[in-house]
Design a protein around this ligand. Structure first.
Ligand code: FAD
Length: 426
């Protein structure tokens, strides 16, 4: 039986470990902290704060659904209600065009523009539009002389799916590949009952049921490399040998672990790229504030609020409410104290506007001025990392910084799936 060491116990590491263990490999997972990585859930005063949101986009077309089927995972899917999702366009709320009904109800577009937008959707679905890797979506739209309102609508959608303030910088081929899947889904957004923690527990269950071993508080510090193969990884006090190695840790961490080997040079380029950042401001409330929406996207401020507890009542103490606000940050915003303070105030103003009375009901806030949503942001000047460099025969990579399908956690799942396929074929 071949053995594999997996470094990193986030969504990518755990899903690859579960799949490899199920296929009969001897699996050992090494995680420096607690399991979950950026998909960690913290319970404070009875409220379950997911560090990142756990909205799964297009779940019927996702790799997570393939994993669910293959591994026999039990996932309590909670589908998003498109009719309770609104855009805040300053002076009014309007329907979010999450499906064709929403598109025809939204006041964001005039009727002729809705038809034009639907035509663009159809062309994307049929693969007539595929974009070009050398053209950003902003440039592509200008060259095609797209109607300004249709352009604005498409960029607004991209802003919320890619968690970005600069949707026009997305490479056009990436844009069309993404929306070909998203426009054809019957499940645009779904949450997981019990949050990320429920999924992590399920993956751990599968790993253990198939004889896998998991070590937490096991930080890998260096590797032994001989003849273009990794022979062992070392923590401060243990050495782990195996036939194959899968690293599910970000490029910056890889550079330090692989110092002095060829791999250091391969990964150095990816370690310099910028992540997708967001500001996260969650509030746990004693008592629900009943409003006719569960999701509001504020177009001007590039910020959205989700009523997490509407989709997952296990995230709150009885009668409580958990709201999550996420505001997209640009590279320049990160570390700029004044801007972050101003954004915090923006979020509070949005809570005042859409959930009046939240301040009096507040039990516990959770504020994060700089959350890494995706380790490498896909723009014209940044690329995802391969899952395999042919120079090293027994070394693989996975994570949301790697090549794969979709964005965010779907990149973690799809790169983990691709890397585990290569390992199984090895
Ligand atoms: C605010 C926010 C909102 C988000 N919203 C969504 C959303 O709505 N939908 C969605 O799909 N995704 C969302 N995401 C993204 C999602 O959380 C990530 O894509 C996913 O969790 C990344 O998992 P990963 O395993 O690829 O990487 P990570 O979670 O970064 O895992 C890497 C793991 O490696 C460990 N590690 C690092 N170095 C070492 C070492 N030397 N030795 C041992 N272990 C090590 C780390 O501790 C970590 O556990 C969001 C993220 C954030 C922050």
């Amino acid at each position: 039986m071949a053995s594999v060491v997996i470094v990193g116990g986030g969504l990518a590491g755990l899903s690859a470990a579960a799949r490899l263990a199920k296929h009969g490999l001897r699996v050992t997972v090494l995680e420096r902290g607690a399991l979950g990585g950026r998909a960690v859930t913290l319970r404070i005063k009875g409220f379950a704060f997911n560090f990142g949101a756990h909205a799964i986009y297009g779940r019927d077309r996702s790799v997570l659904t393939t994993l669910e089927r293959e591994l026999g995972l039990s996932i309590d899917w909670r589908d998003f209600s498109p009719e309770r999702a609104k855009y805040d366009v300053g002076d009014k709320l309007t329907d979010l065009p999450a499906n064709i009904r929403g598109l025809f109800k939204t006041k964001l577009l005039t009727y002729p523009d809705k038809v034009k937008f639907a035509f663009e959707v159809l062309k994307t679905l049929l693969g007539v539009e595929t974009g070009h890797p050398h053209l950003s979506i902003g440039r592509w739209m200008d060259e095609k002389q797209l109607d300004p309102d249709v352009k604005d609508m498409m960029l607004t959608l991209a802003s919320s799916n890619f968690f970005t303030r600069e949707p026009e910088k997305i490479p056009s081929d990436v844009f069309f590949r993404y929306y070909k899947t998203i426009f054809s889904t019957r499940k645009p957004v779904t949450y997981i009952g019990g949050g990320w923690q429920a999924l992590i527990d399920e993956l751990v269950r599968v790993i253990k049921a198939h004889g896998g071993t998991i070590h937490t508080k096991a930080k890998v510090e260096r590797v032994t490399v001989e003849d273009n193969r990794v022979r062992a990884v070392h923590t401060a006090d243990e050495t782990y040998t195996a036939d194959l190695f899968l690293f599910c840790i970000p490029p910056k961490e890889l550079v330090s672990i692989f110092q002095g080997t060829h791999i250091e040079h391969f990964v150095a380029q990816y370690a310099q790229y910028h992540p997708t950042y967001a500001l996260v401001y969650d509030v746990g409330l004693r008592e629900r504030i009943d409003v006719p929406y569960t999701y509001i996207y504020d177009k001007a401020h590039k910020c959205f609020i989700t009523d997490i507890s509407y989709y997952d009542e296990t995230s709150v103490p009885e009668g409580g409410q958990l709201l999550q606000a996420i505001l997209y940050l640009s590279r320049e915003d990160v570390g700029n104290k004044e801007r972050i303070e101003a954004y915090k105030k923006t979020v509070e103003d949005l809570y005042d506007k859409h959930f009046p009375g939240w301040r009096e009901r507040l039990v516990v806030p959770r504020f994060s001025p700089r959350a890494v949503v995706q380790e490498i942001k896909w723009t014209m000047d940044q690329q995802p990392m391969p899952v395999f460099f042919p120079d090293y025969r027994n070394l693989y990579f996975a994570g949301d910084w790697c090549e794969g399908k979709g964005q965010l956690s779907e990149l973690s799942f799809s790169s983990a799936y691709a890397a585990s396929e290569l390992i199984l074929a090895h």
